[in-house]
Design a binder for this molecule. Structure first.
Ligand code: COA
Length: 150
């Protein structure tokens, strides 16, 4: 049916989504086969069953940790070091959290387990577990419903 938006209720996360997941190659300041890139790759920790979209840039100078099952949309920027405003700090994306496309994660931020950050967000403060947050700057909008956490 053209033009109709459907919600896939059977959508799965993490391990169930990628039963044959393999660790991607992480290159220094060069796109990998999925077309995302990391700077300071020795300080970048990537969990299992993670999914990072194309054209995402990760600056791991002060450490970036993506725990198991984390999903990052395309065109995101994750900075543990920001030369624009001089901020520095480890970024931690906790288990199964999801970052919508075109979002910016600022230094020192932790996004909590299972939480969803909406597209085009600027995340400058920590986001707790099990919530939906979005906006510029990102604010918690609601708690996740039980059925949204698997
Ligand atoms: C945030 C999101 C998960 C939806 O969360 P939700 O709690 O179900 O929110 P709703 O769809 O009910 O929207 C609630 C309101 O917020 C607005 N809104 C939703 N997402 C927004 C966003 N990212 N930025 C700003 N406003 C947003 C909606 O337009 C709606 O506004 P209204 O009340 O004035 O109509 C979804 O909109 C989103 O951003 N998904 C990311 C998709 C993506 O990036 N996909 C590509 C990677 S796979």
């Amino acid at each position: 049916m053209a033009g109709k938006i459907r919600k896939n209720k059977d959508i799965t996360i993490g391990k169930k989504r990628f039963p044959n997941w393999k660790a991607p190659e992480v290159r220094e300041r060069a796109m990998n086969e999925y077309h995302w890139m990391v700077q300071y790759k020795d300080k970048f920790k990537l969990g299992k069953y993670t999914d990072i979209g194309a054209f995402t840039y990760i600056n791991a100078k002060n450490g970036v940790v993506l725990e198991d099952g984390v999903q990052v949309g395309s065109h995101c920027s994750i900075y543990s070091y920001s030369t624009v405003d001089g901020l520095e700090g480890e970024v931690v994306l906790k288990e199964n959290c999801k970052i919508g496309a075109h979002s910016v994660i600022s230094p020192g931020v932790t996004v909590g387990k299972n939480s969803i950050v909406g597209a085009f967000s600027f995340v400058k403060d920590n986001i707790p577990a099990n919530v939906v947050a979005f906006g510029i700057p990102a604010k918690v909008m609601r708690k996740l419903r039980k059925e949204e956490i698997s």
